[in-house]
Design a protein around this ligand. Structure first.
Ligand code: 6PG
Length: 228
């Protein structure tokens, strides 16, 4: 499936458009089901969107939020995705609706624990995800699914992995491509000129060099929001 791509020069319009798409999708789903599951990317791009979301009057008890990848650092580390999301969004989210990696555990144990949490969710209701809010690196990675990752096609729902040497925190935890591919819909937020090659590849339908992204857009209806 070719993704729907929206390009913006103004950050406020970029964020408002992505926010409105999320709210509309939430409303549609909550008219037909009692709870929804939303996967959350870390990194820097989605932070302001999460802050806008946190100010909305949402049925917080009906939304389960899953952090899609984590750096193996303590929650108070500046690299922590949980730390960023806790400040930006989770103040309004009941603890039991926060599905996160436990980085106090050894990486493989933390991955096993998340695998179990996601299997419970999927057994309770399919699909596992109703919406993914993703970013992508300038190298095209999503979550912590990096090019050449030996576990990219793992049948597990989560695993421990390593980021390439240029990344500050190499020890990572990630939800798998198979788990992401269950989602009904994905939003991909890209900000900055260094992300333009990824957008161009998506526009041309030539994302083969970004394996995880290629498989995602083939399986999941994806809407791209790009701001220069
Ligand atoms: C992470 C993210 C990752 C992120 C991209 C883009 O833990 O780094 O989950 O997949 O979305 O690296 O990051 P920026 O939004 O900071 O460019």
């Amino acid at each position: 499936m070719k993704p729907l791509i929206h390009s913006f020069e103004n950050e406020t319009e970029f964020l408002d458009s992505a926010l409105n798409s999320i709210l509309k999708w939430m409303e549609e789903l909550l008219n037909i089901q009692s709870e929804i599951r939303i996967g959350l990317a870390g990194g820097s791009t989605p932070k302001k969107l999460y802050e806008l979301l946190s100010k909305k009057k949402l049925p917080w008890h009906k939304i389960i939020w899953v952090i899609l990848d984590e750096r193996c650092v303590p929650a108070d580390d500046e690299e922590s995705n949980f730390g960023m999301i806790q400040k930006a969004l989770f103040a309004s989210v009941p603890k039991e609706n926060q599905v996160v990696f436990d980085t106090t555990l050894p990486p493989n144990k933390a991955a096993e624990q998340m695998d179990g949490k996601l299997r419970e969710l999927e057994e309770a209701r399919k699909p596992l995800f109703d919406l993914l809010i993703l970013g992508a690196g300038k190298d095209g990675h999503i979550a912590s699914l990096f090019e050449g990752d030996v576990s990219l096609f793992s049948s597990k729902w989560a695993y421990a992995t390593k980021a390439p040497k240029e990344y500050k925190t190499k020890e990572r935890l990630t939800v798998s491509l198979e788990a992401l591919s269950t989602s009904r819909k994905a939003l991909l937020l890209l900000k900055g000129s260094e992300k333009k090659p990824v957008v161009k590849s998506l526009e041309k339908g030539q994302v083969s060099s970004f394996t995880a992204l290629k498989h995602l857009v083939e399986k999941v209806a994806t809407e791209v929001f790009f701001c220069t």
